[in-house]
Design a protein around this ligand. Structure first.
Ligand code: HEC
Length: 191
């Protein structure tokens, strides 16, 4: 075999290897169970069992204890987080993905489906997937890619769904600003 042919063959097989690993890495969402670490799940169960009226208030109470400040100061700090850019990133804080996935499992999976496939048990009919499979538009639980910035607003303020039948019935996307702290909402959109 001459050198030029060998070079071509090596290049082609290298390209194929790169392509195959790219396809493998992007072949769909990671199951939620892989994103969730047991300690984050336990911590969230404990948070919910505090008996506060919402996960948001429970979050402020726990943060207040951790920092030795009042719950209203904890709330104030939370509300100082930005609304346009995510203060968390999976690269700098991999546990943020897991903490977000735990919240997703508790508050979102009933509608959006465990793996964000739009087939939650609470829905009368499947709804669109959460842009899960399109490149660069993946949900946090996929562990790569990124949720669009507008997700913060939708989670915070809610949205009217697309009708799922000819009568025009819709399921509403609830507003989570009274249910979840701003930090918890951002954790849902970690990328
Ligand atoms: C009661 C059911 C329900 C729950 C619970 C719910 N959603 Fe939704 N969500 C919807 C519906 C319905 C839509 C609108 C879908 C449509 O456009 O038809 C939606 C839309 C969205 C969108 C916008 C999708 C897009 O492509 O623009 C995002 C992001 C989203 N939800 C994330 C979440 C997250 C994260 C949670 C949990 C904190 C959550 N949702 C909880 C029903 C729900």
């Amino acid at each position: 075999m001459n050198n030029a042919r060998l070079f071509r063959l090596t290049t082609v097989s290298l390209l194929l290897t790169v392509l195959m690993s790219w396809v493998a890495a992007c072949s769909g969402p990671q199951p939620l169970s892989r994103a969730i670490r047991a300690e984050d799940q336990d911590a969230y169960v404990q948070l919910l069992s505090r008996g506060e009226d919402s996960p948001r208030l429970a979050f402020y109470a726990r943060r207040a204890e951790e920092l030795g400040i009042s719950p209203s100061d904890a709330e104030q700090r939370d509300l100082e987080l930005p609304t346009r850019s995510n203060p968390f990133s999976a690269r700098h804080d991999p546990s943020a993905v897991s903490r977000g996935a735990v919240i997703y499992e508790s508050h979102c999976a009933s509608c959006h489906g465990l793996d964000a496939d739009g087939r939650g048990s609470q829905l009368p009919a499947p709804m669109p997937e959460l842009g899960f499979h399109s490149f660069g538009d993946r949900f946090a639980v996929t562990l790569h890619g990124g949720a669009p910035k507008k997700w913060f607003r939708i989670l915070n303020e809610g949205a009217t769904g697309t009708p799922y039948n000819e009568q025009g019935d819709v399921v509403q996307m609830p507003a989570f600003n009274q249910t979840l702290a701003r930090e918890q909402i951002w954790l849902e959109a970690v990328s």
